[in-house]
Design a protein around this ligand. Structure first.
Ligand SMILES: [Mn+2]
Length: 318
């Protein structure tokens, strides 16, 4: 990043008094970590900071200090508006309203550069990794709570340092955050390993009914499964991580039944496939290795169509 941009950001921060920091809907560890890392660092130099997430903080990140300050709606006037980990404005939900974004900090290659100043590094493993590297240069210290927030984002976005974009630099950044007091084993456990009893019970029927045809595997999570397990969300409770660990499965498809005749479908694939192309056919999108779509129709119809398209992709490769 250029020296001029670093100085510009330093100046923006120095001159602002009331600052709004925002991250994305359906927040993950990097969204919450970068929001808290930026927000708490700004507070520590005397700024008046509002940290906002349209969907609030999920239960599994409420151990992070400062998470109780995160609000869902931003009211009042701000001199500086910052987004973190948002590739486009719609990702912020309805928080921004007609506010313009002064500073856009992100690591998504698809970032639309919607800020007045854009600090986007697609080689960074997480937005938290960018902050860990640059906060000190912007005049913001890395306290222990800031280090804990940032390490959470680095650990979760890399699935525990094992995504294909991992670099020696990312490990050095993590080591530096540990030196600032972040407890890696604890944050790793809370961000990636720990699950609720109900979430694992919810997986039960889907694992029992797991199906396989050649190198394609699939299963379904129904509304009834959720009710029986008293699982509060409408997502897959990370069952995808288990499906993508199965040997010999090139493409894994998971159907999650929703209300009103909607089925959430997600694909995970081994290298050499691009499941975003399949997702795109059904109005969805994503990455080559991980994609999703929200499809209207009965479970049976959606399964028939999606499995046919997914089977075609597996067969084409063979
Ligand atoms: Mn991220």
């Amino acid at each position: 990043m250029s020296r001029a941009k670093t100085l510009k950001i330093r100046e923006l921060i120095r001159e602002a008094r009331h600052i709004l920091v925002v991250s994305h809907i359906r927040p993950d560890g990097d969204a919450i970590g970068s929001l808290l890392g930026m927000g708490l660092a700004l507070q520590s130099v005397g700024k008046d900071v509002a940290m906002a997430l349209s969907d609030g903080v999920p239960a599994n990140f409420r151990h992070l200090s400062g998470s109780d300050q995160i609000i869902r709606r931003a009211t009042g006037e701000f001199n500086l508006t910052i987004t973190v980990d948002c590739a486009d404005l719609s990702r912020a939900g309805d928080i921004l309203g007609d506010r313009t974004v002064d500073l856009n900090i992100d690591h998504h290659i698809t970032n639309l550069n919607f800020g007045k100043v854009n600090f986007v590094d697609a080689n960074a493993v997480a937005t938290c990794a960018i902050l860990a590297e640059f906060l000190p240069q912007w005049g913001l210290p890395i306290s222990q709570p800031v280090a804990e927030a940032l390490l959470t984002g680095v650990v979760t976005d890399t699935l525990g340092f094992r995504t294909s974009n991992m670099t020696p630099k990312a490990l050095r950044i993590a080591a530096n955050l540990m030196e600032h007091g972040a407890n890696l084993p604890e944050l790793y456990y809370q961000g990636l390993i720990q699950r609720t009893y109900n979430a694992v019970r919810y997986w039960g029927p889907a694992l029992t009914n797991l199906q396989k045809r050649g190198r394609l595997i699939w299963t379904t999570l129904t509304r009834e499964d959720r009710d029986r397990a008293s699982y509060p969300g409408n997502d897959d409770a990370d069952l995808n991580h288990i499906l993508s660990s199965i040997e010999g499965a090139d493409i894994a498809v998971l159907f999650v039944e929703q209300k009103n005749n909607h089925i959430k479908v997600s694909w995970r694939s081994q290298p050499g496939y691009d499941v975003s192309k399949i997702a795109l056919k059904f109005g969805g999108g994503g990455h080559p290795a991980a994609s999703g779509a929200d499809i209207t129709g009965s479970l049976k119809d959606v399964q028939d169509q999606v499995l046919q398209a997914s089977w075609d992709a597996v067969e084409k490769k063979q």
